[in-house]
Ligand binder design. Structure first.
Ligand SMILES: O=C1C[C@@](O)(C(=O)O)C[C@@H](O)[C@@H]1O
Length: 234
């Protein structure tokens, strides 16, 4: 069954949600014209760093997108495009904050971006604290420490994306989920075990599960429609 999630209750969903990534102008234009996108995903992530559009170009298209929006302007050291400075990323997020349901801020930028984080939360925009560790999952203490930091900083959800080298790495992520009672957790693997991890973690309680709409923007992503379909089936 496709899920109809209102912006307000999104972070309280008791079902795994699928995030479709929009990272090209072509996809942005296509989805701005789509009347019924509910089959493929529950919300759309706009990768502002990859799109790198001026607000005058971006806003009219973003305003026509038919699903709740998650805005991301990724830090260059966590996979962000165009080597954007903190000021540029803050400005990108700020210029579209009124259109957002959620924004994603790396935990490493929490202090730099704290005014934006509190501004967003005051306006009812949920803020995800994220951590991307590409080559392999860090030690359990680092994973748990990131979650604890995010909770102390009052992020509304925590997201961790990391390459998985073995099934044991996937098991370590699964074990984090039962501790997530205080805030939603969004966990995903990348690499060869990425697809399996996204299904398993989604079904074990990971809230936001990313899939591609055009071409993958991370190794190990499934397409959003397939992720949606398989999560519904298992
Ligand atoms: O952080 C994430 C997760 C992601 O990297 C993935 O692995 O699907 C895709 C990114 O667009 C998003 O910002």
């Amino acid at each position: 069954m496709p899920q109809l999630v209102s912006s307000k209750n999104l972070l309280f969903s008791n079902q795994p949600l699928v995030v479709g990534v929009i990272n090209t102008r072509q996809l942005l234009e296509e989805f701005a014209k789509t009347a019924d996108p509910h089959k493929s995903c529950d919300l759309l992530e706009l990768r502002l760093d990859t799109l790198n559009l001026a607000p005058e170009e971006l806003r009219p298209l973003a305003a026509r997108l038919p699903l709740p929006l998650l805005l991301t302007a990724r830090h260059p050291e966590e996979g962000g495009d165009h080597h954007l400075s903190a000021d540029q990323r803050r400005e990108m997020l700020h210029s579209c904050l009124d259109l957002a349901t959620l924004i994603d801020i790396e935990l490493r930028s929490a202090i730099d971006m704290q005014d934006l984080i509190r501004d967003a939360q005051t306006r009812g925009v949920g803020v995800i604290g994220s951590f991307h560790d590409f080559p392999s999952p860090p030690a359990d203490e680092v994973l748990q420490g990131s979650i604890d930091f995010a909770l102390q900083f009052k992020f509304d959800a925590v997201k961790i994306a990391t390459t998985l080298q073995s099934p044991a790495d996937l098991a370590r992520l699964i074990q984090l989920l039962p501790n997530a009672t205080r805030r939603p957790l969004c966990l995903m693997g990348m690499g060869g075990l990425g697809p399996l991890s996204r299904l398993t973690l989604g079904r074990c309680g990971s809230l936001l599960n990313y899939g591609f709409l055009g071409a993958p923007n991370a190794p190990g992503q499934l397409s959003a429609p397939r992720l949606r379909e398989w999560l519904n089936e298992i």
